[in-house]
Design a protein around this ligand. Sequence first.
Ligand code: GAR
Length: 211
Amino acid sequence: MTKGKLRLAVFASGSGSNFQAIADAIAAEKLDATIELLVCDKPKAPVVERAHRAGVAVFAFEAKTYPSREAYEREILDALAESRVDVIVLAGYMRILTSTLVEPYYGRMINVHPSLLPAFPGIRAMEQALDAGVKVTGVTVHFVDGGMDTGPIIAQRPVPILEGDTAASLAGRVQLVEHELYPQVIQWIAEGRVRLDGRKVCVLSARPELQ
Ligand code: GAR
């Protein structure tokens, strides 16, 4: 990774509240990073407007106009290289990734998922938790590997499920936790404190140069 601020690409498909939380943490100088690029598969998604407001370049595409996943992922790779991106941050990016993207960025691509993985991977994590009747769910930030929400876990935070919760009420509380935790984990990475060792992730308690 390059010295100086961590250069991020955020991948998102929807509202972009996590994109906003990261941009706000940068503006508040709580995060030593820059968002160099938004990659979005829904050109009309609200996150695109958030990127424009934040002055972030956008690579928007429609998957159906490409012959294969690999075809658009190769274009994304070119855009990432052009923007000299250090770390890819998936924030509600609702597309399956192939090895075209995952392999070159393994250990440099993270995702936030709205459950305590390995419970409730994939879509509709809130509904899955409510249907299972669990009393606690939460948020996971993990490195991305070739599976669906299966990569090495960096951090997790619990969120209690309350009597009468709906998917929407639960999602509201889960997202508040995401907006705290995700910028925090990115800052740990910026500080060089996150070490990946096989399936295990170690978060050092101080910057390596201070130890
Ligand atoms: C977030 O809650 C994120 O955890 C979830 O999508 C939401 C995006 O919200 N991701 C997944 O479910 C991935 N499997 P946002 O667009 O407001 O950041």
